[in-house]
Design a protein around this ligand. Sequence first.
Ligand code: MF3
Ligand code: CO
Ligand code: CO
Length: 262
Amino acid sequence: MKISIKNSEEIKKMRISGKLASQVLEMITPYVVAGITTEHLDYICHNYIVEKQNAIPACLGYQGFPKSTCISVNEVVCHGIPNNTELKHGDIVNIDVTIIKNQYHADTSKMFIVGNTNSIAKKLCYTAKKILYETFSVIKPNIPINIIGKTIQKNIHKTPFSIVTEYCGHGIGKEFHEDPYILHYFNKNNKILFKEGMVFTIEPIINSGKSDVICMDDSWTIKTKDNSLSAQYEHTILVTKNGCEILTKRKTENIKNIYINM
Ligand code: MF3
Ligand code: CO
Ligand code: CO
């Protein structure tokens, strides 16, 4: 296992990649309305990444994935393939964007609510965001990376929701998925410590029902086994001297103490 530590030149590039990925989610926001297909949302993102950002959509062709973004609606947990079904009022939608700029990846996702939705769905989306944000304050050099899983599990236990254990955060840089892998649940991996210059994602997925998931016949789309709703937020994070920096933070995003301990 080789964990890459980014030097200052690489960090500059990753900041640029992070900003671009976040801007795709900002750009797509007004389009996430009832009646649009997820395929069309993907098409808009694709064109924006390629033409406006002069960047590469990393998902397209990644291990054979056919589209430029993952769009996961309601009971779809992750890796939803954009298709011709129309969004409808009340849907909850995750759009997951990974771009490559100057050879460096950045990976981020957020939930969108189509129109208005019921209170459980809203609470699920809000909790998915909160559970991600609550990990930021525990990241600093020389702390074991399993603090992330411990923190998420401790916090999710205070809610009626469950945490999916099949998918994890990952190191990111020249590769889409690098070491270290970051588990979102309690684990005993206390050997790897955060180091200044490490860059990785945190991307916990929570379900309104049970945590079990199943893979569809297309071999990509993952759904909740009990058809309950699922929600996820993801950011790409840099470990700094005393804390962390959220490389994919959106302009409008209000993360308290984002440069924690800096
Ligand atoms: N963006 C996903 C992640 O957070 C990975 C998607 S891989 C794809 O790691 F092939 F489905 F696009
Ligand atoms: Co990721
Ligand atoms: Co992602």
